[in-house]
Structures are given as structure tokens and as C-alpha cells.
Design a protein around this ligand. Structure first.
Ligand SMILES: NC(=O)c1ccc[n+]([C@@H]2O[C@H](COP(=O)([O-])OP(=O)(O)OC[C@H]3O[C@@H](n4cnc5c(N)ncnc54)[C@H](O)[C@@H]3O)[C@@H](O)[C@H]2O)c1
Ligand SMILES: [Zn+2]
Ligand SMILES: [Zn+2]
Length: 362
């Protein structure tokens, strides 16, 4: 099967023909239908975060179950599924305390080191899977706890976006930060993640949603998603001052959806007393954020969010219901649809900042 492989860091993706093993115990083989391009893969391609290579990139995918291994009780061939990297063991302390997205026992849902690899090249070289999913591939072999069954009413080339981007952004607003009705919100960065945070804030009933981006087209899309105000960061002298002025003192909830030191600090600085800043973007591990300590006296909070604090087996069907009833917009988030062999081009558009989400269809 064809897959987009990262062979070195930094590096572009190379389309290779790989061999997929038969599903082992608890494993599911999926025929991929749609895969969204998330910025996290780009961080790895740029070498900002280390990963094992060679590895099939992609972690925002949906498809149809082709075959199942022993002890798979959750799905059967023909089922439509969305994959999610928050693969849960169901037994560790985090899983059992209601936080399966923080599962600490990845070993329980992976193959053992001395088992045959899930994927390999024809010469026998083992090939890793980004986030244990490897979604930029015609087939995905994953643990059954990394998929959720979805209704066949939703097109899989749209549903794939929920696998990472929508779950992450929507969940950051609704779950991690629990944005309440009427709240004043600001979202910095309007890519797939930020646009989903805007949607989460809208569905939660936020009163005011300020979108910040450097790209005018993104700000137009942000309005479509529910932003009530926009700030073009490339046109104002100081984003924090602009937001403070608009809100007469700052926002109650801010979200950073880029992964930069400067914008993560802006998110904290634009809070009013008691406000909460949630950093969703992946800030490189060598980067430290700076905040003024005295600001904590006014009960401002700075927190992170992993995959929107999801419980994806129940959250994703709920988000699909919102999509089917017109309250969650997915179609409008897809700027372009491409083939697997155009994946590097898709990432070039992301770097230019011209697209919301690009989806690979198979
Ligand atoms: N926390 C998690 O679990 C999680 C999950 C998925 C993705 N992420 C991270 O979220 C971040 C966003 O991902 P994405 O796929 O939406 O990326 P994206 O590239 O599609 O979007 C980023 C947006 O930020 C804008 N931008 C860039 N610099 C800016 C600046 N200085 N001021 C204002 N706007 C600016 C760009 O124009 C773009 O619209 C990435 O760091 C990604 O790795 C985190
Ligand atoms: Zn992602
Ligand atoms: Zn666990």
C-alpha cells in the first residue's frame, strides 16, 4: 500500500510502497478514505520535535474497517471509523480517573518490541507510524482503542477532521477551559485548530469571540465559524492592546492555536482579572514562556490542553450529531482536497498560511 513517509528530519514526505502486517490481537486494519493535514506533522517534518524515522506521517484520518484481529469486539469489517491518537488503555490511573486522553500506558496498546512491525519496507526495514496511527496511507493498522465507530451518514473525508483538529480545538474550548455562556473569548491563530476552538466557543454560547490571525482570508473563515470580531495581527502594532481596547480590559478566556512563544505570551497578557489562557499550539521543547509573576495575584491562569481533553469515543459521535444538525461546520473548513502524492504541496500551502484545512482523499 502507498504511504507518505518521513525518512529524515528535517525532510519532506516520500511516497513509498509498504507492506502492512495482518491485524494482531486488538488490532484493526482500516482502508483510509480521508486524511486531514494538521500542523503537528509539519512540526515533525521541520525537525522541531524528534520522532523515529522512517515513519508514516498523518494522524487525522477516517476510513472503513477492512479486517480485525483476535479479541476485537468493538468493530467489525465494514464499520465506518474515525481514528484518534488518544489511544487509551482503560486501566492506568489517568484513564480510570476520567482522563483517557492522558493515558500513560502506551505499551498496552502497542506491539511489543520483539513482535513483527506493523509496517515495513519491501527490504524488511520497519516503518513507524506517526502517533501510532500513520494516517497518510492507503491502509492504517491501529489498536481498536484508537478508533470510534461513526454513522455512515457523515462523509469520511469530512469526518476525518474531527480525529484531531476539531476534537482538539472544540474540546479546548468546551472541555479544557469549559467556556461558559456569555463569556468573552479570544482565539489566536485561525488554522484548523483555532477555527475549531472558535466553533467550540460559539456552541458553548460565548458572548464575544475575537479571532486573531495574520491572514485576512483566515479571518473571514473565522467569522463564518462564529467569530464576532477580528484582529489582523499583521496590521496592528500590538495585539494585546488591540484586544484590551476592544473588550475594555481583556478577555475571560484566551486560546493560543499556533505554537509560538510570542503568541502564547499574548494569550496570557490579554486576560482580564481571573481569566484563563489555554495554550493548544505545540511550543518547541527548548522554548520557555515568560509571564510576569505579579499577574498571578489577579488569579489569571495559564494552562495547556492535550487533544482537547477528549473522551473521543463519546465526544466524536456527539460532534458528528452537531455537524449533521448544522451546528458544527466541517465542509467550510476544507479549503482543498488533494491526492496522497500532493501531500508536500499541501504542507507548502499551510506554510504560506493560505488554507484552513487540506484533506487527502484516497
Ligand atoms: N494540543 C494539542 O493536542 C494539539 C493537537 C493538534 C495540533 N496542535 C498544534 O496546534 C497548532 C495549530 O495547528 P493548525 O493545524 O491549526 O496550524 P495552521 O498552520 O493551520 O494554523 C496556524 C494559524 O496561525 C496563523 N499565524 C501564524 N503566525 C501568527 C501570528 N504571529 N499571529 C497570529 N496568527 C498567526 C496562521 O496564519 C494560521 O492561520 C500547531 O502548533 C499544532 O501542532 C496541538
Ligand atoms: Zn493534529
Ligand atoms: Zn491508560
Amino acid at each position: 500500500m502507498k504511504a507518505a513517509v518521513l525518512c529524515e528530519q528535517p525532510g519532506e514526505l516520500v511516497i513509498e510502497d509498504l507492506t502492512v502486517d495482518a491485524p494482531g490481537p486488538q488490532e484493526v486494519l482500516i482502508q483510509t478514505v480521508g486524511a486531514g493535514l494538521c500542523h503537528s506533522d509539519l512540526h515533525f517534518m521541520e525537525g522541531l520535535f524528534r520522532t523515529k524515522v522512517p515513519a508514516v506521517m498523518g494522524h487525522e484520518s477516517a476510513g472503513i474497517v477492512q479486517a480485525v484481529g483476535a479479541d476485537v469486539t468493538y468493530v467489525e469489517p465494514g464499520d465506518h471509523v474515525v481514528a484518534c491518537l488518544s489511544i487509551f488503555c482503560g486501566q492506568c490511573r489517568q484513564c480510570l480517573s476520567g482522563n483517557p486522553h492522558r493515558c500513560t500506558n502506551g505499551r498496552a496498546t502497542s506491539r511489543n518490541r520483539d513482535d513483527a512491525p506493523r509496517l515495513q519496507r519491501t527490504d524488511g526495514t520497519p516503518v513507524d507510524q506517526m502517533a501510532r496511527l500513520g494516517g497518510f496511507a492507503e491502509e492504517m493498522l491501529v489498536h481498536q482503542n484508537g478508533v470510534v465507530k461513526v454513522t455512515t451518514d457523515v462523509p469520511l473525508e469530512k469526518a476525518c477532521l474531527i480525529g484531531c483538529g476539531v476534537t482538539t480545538g472544540f474540546g479546548a474550548a468546551v472541555r479544557t477551559a469549559s467556556v461558559p455562556v456569555g463569556a468573552t473569548v479570544c482565539v489566536i491563530g485561525c488554522g484548523g485548530i483555532g477555527l475549531s476552538a472558535i466553533q467550540g466557543a460559539r456552541v458553548a454560547g460565548a458572548g464575544r469571540i475575537i479571532a486573531v490571525d495574520t491572514n485576512t482570508t483566515k479571518l473571514e473563515t473565522a467569522r463564518l465559524m462564529g467569530a464576532t470580531d477580528t484582529v489582523n495581527a499583521a496590521e496592528v502594532e500590538n495585539v494585546v492592546d488591540a484586544v484590551r481596547e476592544m473588550t475594555k480590559g481583556g478577555v475571560e478566556y484566551s486560546f493560543e492555536a499556533i505554537g509560538l512563544k510570542a503568541t502564547a505570551e499574548q494569550a496570557f497578557e490579554m486576560l482580564e482579572m481571573g481569566g484563563t489562557a489555554t495554550v493548544i499550539g505545540m511550543v518547541p521543547s527548548s522554548t520557555k514562556l515568560e509571564i510576569r509573576g505579579i499577574e498571578l495575584l489577579s488569579e489569571k491562569k495559564l494552562q495547556g490542553s492535550m487533544m482537547g481533553s477528549n473522551q473521543f469515543r463519546t465526544d466524536i459521535p456527539q460532534m458528528i450529531d452537531l455537524y449533521l444538525s448544522g451546528r458544527l461546520l466541517l465542509d467550510e473548513m476544507v479549503s482543498a482536497t488533494i491526492g496522497l502524492d500532493e501531500v508536500n504541496e499541501g504542507y507548502a500551502w499551510m506554510k504560506e498560511g493560505t488554507v484552513a484545512r487540506t484533506v487527502i482523499t484516497f
